[in-house]
Design a protein. Structure first.
Length: 100
């Protein structure tokens, strides 16, 4: 985490608010809070991966965000292709559109 990263800022806030807890629980709390504040469509897919570190959470969130952006761009470029929404039973409310 860079010195000005939101993750570091969140860690500092968690440490200040929970100074009576050990540092390991601070990191767990930061992960929980970070994941809880992701966009709902991204959060669900990140949680499915069950990441253990903040680096894994950020990498998964960025990958999902990029894939969703690419799918959206593809639909904008080729709107005439049929699309079918598929709801994941693991991610209620998150409807990725899959083209086939």
């Amino acid at each position: 985490m860079g010195l000005d990263s939101p993750g570091l800022q969140l860690l500092l806030l968690v440490r200040a608010a929970n100074s009576d807890q050990d540092p390991a629980s601070h990191k767990d709390r930061v992960l929980e809070e970070f994941v809880a504040r992701l966009r709902p469509d991204i959060r669900c897919y990140v949680k499915l991966d069950n990441p253990a570190t903040s680096e894994q959470v950020v990498a998964k969130a960025q990958m999902v965000e990029q894939l969703l952006a690419e799918a959206t761009a593809d639909r904008l470029i080729r709107p005439s292709l049929p699309t079918h929404a598929i709801e994941s039973s693991h991610c209620p409310g998150a409807n990725p559109v899959v083209e086939f």
